[in-house]
Design a binder for this molecule. Structure first.
Ligand code: NAP
Ligand code: HSE
Length: 436
């Protein structure tokens, strides 16, 4: 049987998982591809690091040229992460006629266009299923099985680390930093976990999904981002009392030719399927005009789930190689749609304020909201101390700009002690009826 040689860039959580899973399922993979897949060279930063790998045929190097200039290597798998030097290495590989499989959302969400152009010029494949949703197949289904739909909306829990943290905070009342350390130990978090907890990782993923879903390139800087660092167990308790669960959502939708794309924590109704997605699991909810609602669910991070997605891509690319073909049409950004300014977006809000507990305060706040066209759907008031009360308000749908202006005006009121938190509420109840 033919052998297809592979160069691996990176041997950390994902890279070592790829080596392990390829070795374990070697025979089946070879039978399905029609060729044996063999990792021959692995690029690492520290050649002296002890690595617990059973595959003795691999040689390690710190020199990228040993992989790029090796004519025997036909596929490069990039699982080192970051922008530079990953971008330069991937471009070099594509220019040298090597197909590339990557798990790198930072790279795809910022430089996807350049990489696709290089792949097309080099007549080679570029695949990136593992860049979104870990082990969940979502990029392939959007590009193939759902390609006949107009996609209206994509809503996802697309960061495993933050979902793990929010789940532990809600269920076990665990402290934020302790759960983050656990997520890092389990290999879920990025090397710098700021990208996870500040929502940047999810923003990169929703940029990739929006580009594919709406056939128009959305880059990471175009995504509005808020992370989960301001979420407290107090907010989680209020959400629970009101029938909601707090999740970090990536939301992309299109209306009248414009795209709305954002990442932020949100209250979602307890009965929605996304509210039941816990721990490191991710789920991506897609609405198409033909399929209606579809949800993709699975492990969104971790060694073997991510390796599963990388290997799926690797097998597709290897099959193409054995047949002498490549996926010229794999980039589907053939339209140009505007991104809606964030201040124009309409959502409902949960607001938690600390105010003096005396007559007239609630009326004054309600009046400021009314002046800014913010309509209040419900109010809960709880006494906190002798002088101060905590107000929890839920608004009706309102434009972001109006809400922010109202909050500035409230902050200027002499008596408001503190705006403790502002979290969007997503009812997610706009179910599509097939055929409409
Ligand atoms: P990681 O554990 O930090 O591993 C990175 C690997 O790349 C290490 O082996 C490191 O070498 C090597 N490396 C980094 N910079 C290098 C450089 N400049 N030159 C040579 N080698 C370099 O990262 P990971 O968690 O496996 O993530 C890898 C990629 O997969 C990232 O793009 C990440 O976003 C993506 N991803 C990760 C997950 C996950 O659950 N972890 C899921 C989906 C996607 P040393 O071993 O010598 O340090
Ligand atoms: N750090 C990412 C997460 C890894 O927690 O989801 C998967 O991309």
């Amino acid at each position: 049987m033919n052998k297809i040689k592979i160069g691996l860039l990176g041997c950390g959580t994902v890279g070592s998982g790829v080596i392990q899973a390829l070795e374990k399922n070697k025979a089946t993979i070879a039978a399905k591809v029609g060729a044996e897949l063999e990792i021959t060279k692995v690029l690492v930063r520290d050649i002296n690091k002890k690595r617990d790998l059973k595959n003795g045929t691999i040689s390690f190097t710190c020199n990228i040229d040993e992989i790029i200039n090796d004519p025997e290597i036909k596929i490069v798998v990039e699982v080192m992460g970051g922008i530079s030097p990953a971008k330069e290495y991937v471009l070099q590989a594509l220019k040298h006629g090597k197909s590339v499989v990557t798990a790198n959302k930072d790279l795809m969400a910022l430089h996807g266009k350049d990489l696709f152009e290089a792949a097309n010029l080099g007549n080679v494949d570029l695949r990136f299923e593992a860049s979104v949703g870990g082990g969940i197949p979502i990029i392939g289904p959007l590009k193939t099985s759902l390609a006949g739909n107009q996609i209206l909306k994509v809503v996802g829990i697309i960061n495993g680390t933050t979902n793990y943290i929010l789940t532990k905070m809600a269920k076990e009342k665990s402290e934020f930093n302790k759960v983050l350390a656990e997520a890092q130990r389990l290999g879920y978090a990025e090397s710098d976990p700021t990208a996870d907890i500040e929502g940047l990782d999810a923003a990169r993923k929703i940029a990739i999904l929006a580009s594919i879903a709406f056939n128009s390139r959305v880059t990471f800087p175009k995504v509005y981002v808020e992370g989960i660092t301001k979420i407290t167990t107090r907010d989680i308790c209020y959400a629970n009392e009101l029938g909601y669960t707090i999740k970090l959502l990536g939301i992309a939708q299109q209306n009248n030719g414009t795209i709305e794309v954002r990442v932020h924590p949100a209250f979602i109704p307890n009965e929605h399927p996304l509210a039941k997605v816990d721990d490191v699991f991710n789920a991506i909810y897609v609405q198409g005009d033909a399929v209606g609602d579809a949800m993709f669910y699975g492990r969104g991070a971790g060694q073997l789930p991510t390796a599963s997605a990388v290997i799926g891509d690797l097998m597709e690319v290897a099959r193409n190689l054995t047949q002498g073909i490549f996926d010229k049409s794999y980039c589907t950004c053939f339209e140009h749609k505007e991104i809606k300014p964030f201040r124009e977006i309409k959502t409902k809000y949960y607001l938690r304020l600390t105010v003096p507990d005396r007559p007239g305060v609630l009326a004054s706040i309600a009046s400021v909201f009314a002046q800014h066209e913010v309509s209040i759907a419900s109010v809960v008031q709880k006494r906190k101390t002798k002088q101060a009360a905590e107000l929890v308000l839920i608004t009706h749908l309102v434009k972001e700009a109006y809400l922010q202006d109202a909050l500035s005006a409230i902050q200027d009121l002499p008596f408001v002690t503190q705006i403790n938190n502002v979290i969007r509420v997503e009812d997610l109840d706009d179910e599509v009826r097939v055929g409409e």
